[in-house]
Design a protein. Structure first.
Length: 279
């Protein structure tokens, strides 16, 4: 018989951090009726407000908007990823769903480095549209931004419901020092802060929060063939684009290091507790 979770949870899903795999694991631990039937902020705000607090499992791109609508503080978990890896994955994701005249562009994914070199339009789009936010400390912006006006949310050019891309949430001219401090403060309050690079340990901590054993089978889903896909090691990203990504993500690198230290601290604390119970 399947164990029933003893706790509730909010998975603060940062895009392109193996979150689809983790969301599936978390939701599968709960009865379907306990899981909120929304994935994006637009779907969340479209719900009957009286229904939002009725669930125990919240997984999706809800960011700071969820708790005000749920009406309570929730045990929150999140996962960060090496900024270079996360940024390349996000660029490819945006290319895949980018619409030009209503047609999905064919310049997605494996041809990114070729598109960067040979298609000026793609290069200008990356530099002008994606660099200011998508390629600029994206994880810091997500964690450091507050969504205060759900009525203003709308799909952006890409059809993505990432409200921090909208003016007034986290603009290219945002004070990154302030966002970085807010992001760290948000991480400090979370029940579990993990990393893609240490996903098995992260999952084990998250399932302690849920109150059920870790599943034996972990689906890869959107994470690809490996839970840690090393774009940097593949050498397939154009060197100029790679250099741009490295330059634009100073805060994300520091935040990833901070998340890694929080994870290590949590694992050490758990080990100490386990040793203290040994006769």
């Amino acid at each position: 018989m399947k164990n029933s979770p003893t706790g509730e949870i909010h998975f603060f899903h940062i895009p392109k951090t193996a979150g689809t795999s983790l969301s599936s694991l978390i939701r599968n631990a709960y009865p379907p009726a306990a899981c909120i039937p929304a994935h994006t902020v637009l779907e969340l705000t479209a719900m009957d407000p009286g229904m939002v607090p009725a669930y125990r499992c919240y997984t999706g791109h809800f960011f700071s908007l969820l708790e005000p609508l749920a009406g309570r503080a929730l045990p929150t978990v999140t996962v960060l990823r090496d900024p270079f890896e996360q940024t390349v994955s996000l660029i490819r994701h945006c290319q895949r769903i980018d619409r030009i005249g209503g047609v999905v562009t064919p310049l997605y994914a494996r041809g990114l480095e070729q598109a960067w070199k040979h298609f000026p339009l793609v290069r200008r789009t990356i530099e002008q549209r994606w660099t200011p936010v998508v390629m600029n400390n994206f994880q810091t912006r997500v964690l450091g931004s507050d969504i205060l006006h759900p009525g203003r949310l709308k799909p952006d050019y890409y059809g993505i419901t990432y409200p921090f891309l909208e003016p007034g949430f986290s603009s290219p001219d945002a004070d990154m020092d302030e966002l970085f401090e807010k992001a760290k403060a948000r991480l400090d309050k979370m029940a579990v802060v993990g990393t893609v690079e240490r996903l098995p340990e992260t999952i084990s901590l998250i399932f302690e929060v849920i109150g059920v054993p870790v599943p034996q089978h972990i689906p890869h889903l959107n994470a690809g063939k490996k839970l840690v896909h090393t774009h940097r090691q593949s050498g397939k990203t154009n060197p100029e684009l790679a250099s741009l990504i490295e330059r634009e993500n100073m805060y994300d690198r520091a935040l990833h290091q901070y998340a890694s230290s929080l994870l290590e601290r949590k694992l050490t604390h758990r080990l100490q507790n386990q040793l203290s119970t040994v006769p």
